[in-house]
Design a protein around this ligand. Structure first.
Ligand SMILES: [Zn+2]
Length: 333
């Protein structure tokens, strides 16, 4: 159940981790701004293992800023985040992934209910911008994701990063919902990297403390279109090693995270599978079609890209690679 906390009733702990323990569950913190006629929304901890946004809002609140406009801060997957070991769980085991439940029909479970409450709250506030702060599970530079490339979206994204992915893939994420304003997901970089926390904080300062976002000078942003979501077929096992491991269906090279944004070259073997390619992966583009054979081929068991490809969201967390997706691919020339 989402608890609304007015800023005047907020009790902050010295450290973010202590504060996390004290929260009653998912919360929305309402901070009055200098201009009370507009509102901006910051969403954090949609995924319990992605703390940069949470650290950034804790720091922002401790510093006692008055934001340029009214502000509502969502801290969502509090239960998952504090399951020991802290910030290890994307969601509570046995429950849904919150960021796959937005736009879904009402259900009896807590997670879908929370997605509904968050959506309804944000719609009622009529915000002028929504930023949803995440981390990648693997090491990665920061990048933005949005469903469109409207100039207002680019202005918000550019406060945080110089790269943005534009996608029409529909997975049930907050970002896909229509709030009649720019909605941008920021992947602040790897979840355990202090640089990601700093990037989240620096971006947040600009996003919250500037009265006019559209008049800020920002660096040009590099756009990437039509990512392909590559996922692993159900009931397969996965490990990471330099050679194929006969005890697992799929072995991926252990430096797979190094491929994030640097790219996968055509001659580079990125893993091995005991199954034929089409029984190993699924690769769905944002037109809804499977384009697996356009992207990859298999020689014996070894897996290769057909051409130079850029990938992102690759992770060494086998549980996340198996349950959500292996990585996303961007075709490059
Ligand atoms: Zn996330």
């Amino acid at each position: 159940m989402l608890t609304i906390i007015p800023h005047s009733e907020l009790t902050l702990a010295e450290t973010a981790e202590q504060w996390l323990q004290q929260l009653p569950g998912p919360v929305m913190i309402e901070v009055p701004g200098k201009d009370r006629t507009r509102c901006r929304i910051v969403s954090t901890l949609i995924h319990g293992n992605e703390p940069s946004g949470f650290y950034a809002v804790h720091r922002y609140l401790l510093e006692n800023h008055t934001p340029a406009t009214d502000l509502a801060i969502s801290i969502a997957s509090v239960r998952a985040a504090r399951l020991p070991p802290m910030h290890r769980h994307r969601f509570v085991p046995g429950e849904y992934d919150l960021n796959r439940r937005f736009g879904k029909l009402k259900a009896q479970d807590k997670v879908t209910e929370l997605a509904h409450q968050l959506t309804e709250y944000i719609r009622n506030r009529c915000p002028t911008a929504v930023v949803d702060l995440h981390n990648t599970s693997g090491a990665s530079p920061a990048f933005a994701v949005s469903i469109n490339e409207h100039e207002k979206v680019l202005k918000v994204a550019a406060l945080f990063t110089e790269n943005m992915i534009v996608t029409q893939l529909n997975v049930g994420a907050l970002m896909e919902q229509n709030f009649n304003c720019p909605v941008v997901t920021i992947e602040c970089g790897g979840a355990n990297d202090p640089r990601s926390h700093e990037a989240a904080y620096q971006g947040l300062l600009k996003f919250l403390n500037n009265d006019r976002l559209d008049s800020l000078a920002t660096k040009p942003i590099q756009l990437y279109h039509h990512p392909v979501r590559v996922s692993i077929q159900p009931n397969l096992s996965l490990t990471y090693a330099k050679q194929p491991d006969p005890n697992f269906d799929i072995t991926l090279v252990p430096d797979i995270e190094q491929l994030n944004f640097t790219g996968l070259t055509a001659k580079q073997c990125f893993g091995w599978s005991r199954q034929p390619l089409e029984q190993t992966f699924e690769a769905i583009g944002d037109d809804g079609h499977d384009c697996l054979s356009d992207l990859f081929h298999q020689q014996e068991q070894a897996l290769y890209a057909n051409a130079n490809l850029k990938c992102f969201m690759a992770t060494m967390r086998a549980d996340i690679a198996l349950n959500d997706c292996l990585f996303y691919i961007l075709k490059t020339k």
